[in-house]
Ligand binder design. Structure first.
Ligand code: SF4
Length: 218
């Protein structure tokens, strides 16, 4: 590739499935866009960063998606949902719910990179408590944690925000939390800091007062 062509970084992964896997066809497709001396970055949130020519980005994303890769923006956006491996089965551990959460929130602009995580049972392989927004399937309901922090000397577990939610309630509340963060968060303010400043109880009250969708769960 010519060196004077501007490149842009995109994030890719194999989408939500039984483990964070890439198949041979996907790897071959990715390799078409990596020069011999170039590198690809593996992030801690189950994404690969690859730089592609800006003037071909749309076509390349389409090609990636045609082989089942999921593509996301890089920067201050909601990251793709980190998940566990769903070892006990797709339906039992709520993979369709995880896919729908990801569809609704991944790639949304926010004040600072936001990492959501999902885990299909209380074993917690997806580490939802140390991510910004964490979902844990508990029996037939979904518990929602917010404000976890994995990095730094002040790392901490997230707070249980609401529990035993139905899927539609879960989607609505997560989206509302992200809306409030997007509107009220300061530039480059991490979500856990925002939760401390804004107040978790205040966040609950803001959500409750916003729409009638949460009747009976708080
Ligand atoms: S969190 Fe539960 S369902 Fe998910 S991989 Fe771990 S043990 Fe399996």
């Amino acid at each position: 590739m010519e060196e004077n062509i501007k490149k842009v970084k995109i994030a890719i992964n194999g989408g939500i499935g039984f483990g964070a896997k890439l198949n041979a066809k996907q790897l071959l497709t990715i390799s078409k866009y990596i020069g011999e001396d170039e590198e690809i970055e593996l992030t801690t949130f189950q994404q690969l960063y690859i730089e592609v020519p800006e003037n071909q980005k749309v076509e390349i994303v389409q090609e990636f998606e045609s082989v089942g890769l999921a593509c996301y923006p890089v920067g201050n956006y909601v990251k793709s949902l980190r998940t566990c491996n769903f070892c006990k089965g797709e339906e039992q551990e709520g993979m369709p719910i995880a896919k729908e959460i990801n569809r609704r929130i991944a790639g949304r602009p926010v004040p600072f990179t936001l990492r959501p995580a999902y885990t299909g049972c209380p074993v917690g392989c997806g580490e939802p408590l140390i991510n910004d927004i964490g979902v844990m399937k508990m029996k037939n309901g979904y518990d929602l944690y917010i404000g976890g922090k994995a990095k730094g000397g002040d790392a901490k577990a997230g707070e249980l925000f609401m529990e035993q939610l139905e899927p539609e309630q879960l989607y609505a509340i997560i989206e509302k939390v992200i809306n409030i963060y997007a509107e009220e968060g300061k530039k480059r303010e991490p979500f856990s800091k925002f939760c401390n400043r804004y107040g978790v109880d205040n966040l609950k009250h803001s959500i409750m007062g916003a729409e009638g969708i949460l009747n009976g769960i708080y």
